[in-house]
Design a protein around this ligand. Structure first.
Ligand code: ATP
Ligand code: MG
Length: 570
């Protein structure tokens, strides 16, 4: 497995890599580079996490360093083992390896507790009896200082005794906290005697009921980095204001001091990235689960048919910076198409079938015609596709009254059947009540096998088809974006992002037909259906009836210049 996050050979450069190169030059950590990816196991990973994963593992790979996977599990109640398992699976699937360095912040609870005692003994921490509301009220604002807690000057002995009794479960939840004694007038609110420990009787997914006091994120993160001797602790911009506190704890404790560096988080158009929101979508039944193919989660993207390679390439292309921005989802889809174009086999499938009968083709004859698997890669070879008198074609490929420039099938016109023959429409059978065409009758030219025209006549349209007697019935799921607006959070007052949910984000086509070579395709297998897009076999498939998700259409809105008011579709 490779930790390289780029598919080309030039290593990426950005402000973080520049800092690391400079540290290596000055010998700050003796040339050692050690990063970590620290997810909180309170949901499934999304494409934003992929950016952080590619960055942390990518840097470790590039600088001969190491990258740990650490679960930041300081919030019992919101965290579950299910999430831990999914995160492990997703980081592996993205192609990264933490070797034996899988850690949990909860493994450090004992050490963190000792460090809390150390700060109490040094007069740098105190037990405070203010309630959560009182804490908020006395914290001050951005423009006014906070007020000292009346409990701030307790003696070391009293603090040690009270903290010990907090741990021994003598006090109710929320009745007391342990706070760092820093500066209630600091312009940085995080430095106004922040809470280090709170009382919380909640079972932890790893430590069970051993603790009824839990350290806060701020009192945990830097020390965990320090224990693991992380050299560069990369996090998103919202932690910038926490850095003075991060530094304060490691300095006051006199322990190894990692360097925290912040970068801008990934935002993508037409989607939402916060785990809290994604959980709401799952719990509200707006999607079929965390791995719904419309979700921006790693498992959703995987089920949709995304490849780890295209996600890594996308992360390499967006790079990292200090400025918040929103990336056009068309760039992600572009990386996907480039990768799928290279790797997938072309096949034929008909999504909205219309019967085509070749009147002059022998009734019981079935021919095997040779089809090319990938015109861009001859090494992928060819396969045989059965051709017969009755075929399914796409409803869209026939028009009784063809619009201008319509080169597909219409009465009297000739069209090429891909890898098959040229056929000419001679008759249309219509539903007597609706007037809709139900059967197109054609004649074929036996001299045009393989779609060739020996006499050199021009036929502009080529359409795909499957043999009616040999095709495999299938279900196909087409997707549009989950939200109708590039910024789903853009809503009128009093509404929330849910009013921008796209009611048509899923279309299920249950009467499709695919060529017989797709029988037995396994979940996760990817194909290009000629003219229709890239598709991936879904886990709902059975041996008899495959189910396909459309991963992405063929039209690349990133590669082409689009009209401004033309809403893109995946
Ligand atoms: P969310 O807001 O989606 O719940 P989070 O920041 O709470 O995300 P964590 O599990 O704490 O999620 O994140 C693990 C790591 O991934 C952190 O270092 C975090 O900064 C990073 N990360 C999370 N979201 C993004 C994003 N959109 N872009 C880049 N990095 C991200
Ligand atoms: Mg978080």
């Amino acid at each position: 497995m490779s930790n390289d996050n780029s598919t080309n050979n030039t290593p990426p450069t950005d402000f973080i890599r520049t800092i690391i190169q400079e540290d290596n030059r000055t010998g700050k950590h003796g040339g050692r580079v050690h990063t970590r990816f620290p997810p909180e196991p309170n949901g499934y990973l999304h494409i934003g996490h992929a950016k952080s994963i590619c960055l942390n593992f990518g840097i470790a790979g590039q600088f001969d360093g190491l990258c740990n996977l650490r679960f930041d599990d300081t919030n019992p109640g919101k965290e579950e083992a299910e999430y831990v398992d999914s995160i492990i699976e997703d980081v592996r699937w993205l192609g990264f390896d933490w070797e034996e360095r899988l850690f949990y912040a909860s493994d450090y609870f004992e050490q963190l507790h000792q460090w809390a005692v150390q700060l109490i003994e040094a007069g740098k921490a105190y037990v405070c009896d203010l309630t959560a509301d009182q804490l908020r009220e006395t914290r001050g604002t951005l423009t006014s200082p906070g007020a000292n807690s009346p409990f701030r000057d307790r003696s070391v002995e009293e603090n040690l005794d009270l903290f010990e009794r907090m741990k021994a479960s003598e006090f109710p939840d929320g009745s007391r906290t342990l706070r760092a004694k820093i500066d209630m007038a600091s312009p940085n609110l995080n430095m106004r005697d922040p809470v280090m420990y709170r009382i919380l009787r909640v079972t932890h997914h790893r430590t069970g009921d051993r603790w009824c006091i839990y350290p806060t994120y701020d009192f945990t993160h830097g020390q965990s980095d320090s224990i693991e001797r992380i050299t560069h602790s990369l996090c998103t911009l919202e932690f910038e204001n926490h850095r003075p506190l991060y530094d304060w704890y490691v300095r006051e404790l006199g322990i190894f001091a990692p360097q925290q560096i912040e970068f801008a988080r990934l935002n993508l158009t037409y989607t939402m990235m916060s785990k809290r929101r994604l959980l709401e979508l799952v719990e509200g039944g707006h999607v079929a689960g965390w791995d719904d193919p419309r979700m921006p989660t790693i498992c959703g993207l995987r089920r949709r048919g995304y490849t780890p390679e295209c996600i890594r390439e996308f992360c390499a292309r967006i790079g990292v910076s200090k400025v918040d921005s929103t990336v056009d989802i068309a760039l992600l889809e572009h990386c996907l198409r480039v990768d799928l174009n290279r790797r997938t086999q072309r096949v034929m499938g008909v999504l909205r079938p219309l019967k085509l009968v070749i009147d002059n083709y022998p009734e019981d004859q079935v021919e095997e015609l040779e089809a090319i698997n990938n015109p861009e890669d001859a090494s992928m070879g060819t396969r045989m596709v059965p051709f017969s008198r009755e075929l399914w074609i796409e409803q869209d490929d026939f028009r009784e009254v063809p619009p201008k420039k319509y080169h597909r099938l219409s009465p009297g016109k000739e069209v090429r059947l891909r890898y098959g023959y040229l056929v000419r429409c001679v008759n249309v059978v219509k539903d007597p009540s609706s007037g809709e065409p139900v059967e197109i009758h054609c004649t074929y030219d036996p001299d045009t096998r393989g779609g060739n025209t020996p006499d050199g006549r021009k036929v502009r349209g080529t359409i795909h088809w499957v043999s009616a007697s040999r095709a495999v019935p299938a279900e196909v799921r087409l997707y549009d974006y989950l939200f109708t607006k590039p910024d789903p959070g853009d809503v009128p007052k009093g509404e929330d992002y849910r009013s921008n949910l796209n009611p048509n984000s899923l279309e299920r086509l249950t009467a499709c037909y695919v060529e017989p070579s797709l029988k037995g395709a396994a979940p996760g297998d990817r194909f290009q259906f000629e003219r229709l897009g890239y598709f991936c076999v879904d886990k709902d498939s059975t041996a008899e009836r495959p189910v396909f998700n459309r991963t992405v259409s063929l039209v690349d809105t990133w590669a082409k210049i689009k009209k401004a008011n033309d809403r893109p579709r995946p």
